[in-house]
Design a protein around this ligand. Structure first.
Ligand code: C2E
Ligand code: MG
Ligand code: MG
Ligand code: MG
Length: 280
């Protein structure tokens, strides 16, 4: 009986693994296809001043659909792209497209808009990243200071010395740096002392429990205190309710990003939001 169920389990496991492998392969194929046919899209989510609701920035978030038109979440396909050696062309497309859009918004008068772009570990560590970044910025004509790169703690901690040298070269371009998903990666905070960082992004998992969960309120307050000490700005991610917004405002958080204000939207829809300038 035990043998039977063991074998059954083995079969089930084997099948699940095979399916996972097939899915990965399909996604990788879809990524290659989308790169060739220029079928990726960028959506933009507003980042708002916590006090006034004014739109101060946008985070660019990549979008990809499968052949049936279903969205493939970036959390699923980005790691596959990294492992398949495809993250560099994707990253290049994202920065290129984002900067072109930012230049367009600036021409329309939105010159203080900050654009945030996510950078994956492999992309960050690839030898030519800073060099490429410099030429893309130059080509776009926007000042480096209008661009903010989002990196996770894991990426920064993988090799602190290397990160330090890359970050200082990025800093020399005027580009700003944000730690994404702050608080979910490593317990060591020592890197904050050594790295030229401008902003912490409080992870959605902590914002979720505001204002009532004691653990989440304590963690959020600690992050805000830490940011104050290190003179960093803070964005809270994943703000969905008015109560969360009120808590964050009162706790001294500068910037808010979440579905309460807006989902990530295509550029044209983001432009319409920009004309209103303020969100609730
Ligand atoms: P992230 O950088 O932490 O981005 C925030 C994610 O939270 C986005 O998911 C966004 O749609 C979602 N979000 C924002 N507000 C809310 C909210 O109020 N409630 C909820 N439930 N979710 C909210 P998305 O677009 O699926 O992206 C997931 C992750 O994929 C990103 O996390 C980022 O790590 C990665 N990613 C997205 N675009 C890119 C890209 O262009 N390059 C790279 N390397 N990674 C990317
Ligand atoms: Mg991000
Ligand atoms: Mg995040
Ligand atoms: Mg995230």
């Amino acid at each position: 009986e035990a043998k039977k169920s063991g074998r059954h389990r083995y079969c089930w496991f084997h099948e699940a693994l095979a399916n996972a492998t097939t899915e990965r392969r399909n996604i990788e194929l879809r990524i290659r296809e989308a790169l060739e046919a220029d079928e990726f899209a960028l959506h933009y989510q507003p980042v708002c001043d916590a006090e006034s609701g004014r739109i101060i920035g946008a985070e660019a978030l990549i979008r990809l659909k499968d052949r049936g038109g279903q969205a493939i979440p970036p959390a699923l396909f980005i790691p596959i792209a990294e492992q398949g050696g495809l993250i560099e062309p994707i990253g290049e497309w994202v920065i290129h497209t984002g900067l072109k859009q930012l230049a367009h918004w600036r021409e329309q008068g939105h010159t203080d808009l900050q654009l945030a772009i996510n950078i994956s570990g492999t992309q960050f560590a690839s030898g030519r990243f800073v060099e490429h970044l410099e030429s893309w910025i130059e080509e776009s004509g926007v000042p480096g200071s209008a661009l903010e790169l989002e990196l996770t703690e894991g990426v920064l901690m993988a090799d602190v010395e290397k990160a330090q040298s890359i970050l200082s070269r990025i800093g020399a371009l005027g580009v700003r740096l944000a730690v994404d998903d702050f608080g979910t990666g490593y317990s060591s905070l020592a890197y904050l002392k050594h790295l030229p960082i401008h902003r912490l992004k409080i992870d959605r998992s902590f914002v979720d429990g505001l204002p009532s969960h004691p653990g989440d309120t304590a963690i959020t307050r600690s992050i805000l205190q830490l940011a104050k000490t290190f003179l960093l700005e803070v964005t809270a991610e994943g703000v969905e309710t008015q109560d969360q917004l009120e808590f964050l405002r009162r706790a001294g958080c500068n910037a808010i990003q979440g579905f309460l204000q807006s989902q990530p939207r295509p550029a044209a829809e983001f432009s319409a939001l920009l004309e209103r300038r303020h969100l609730p």
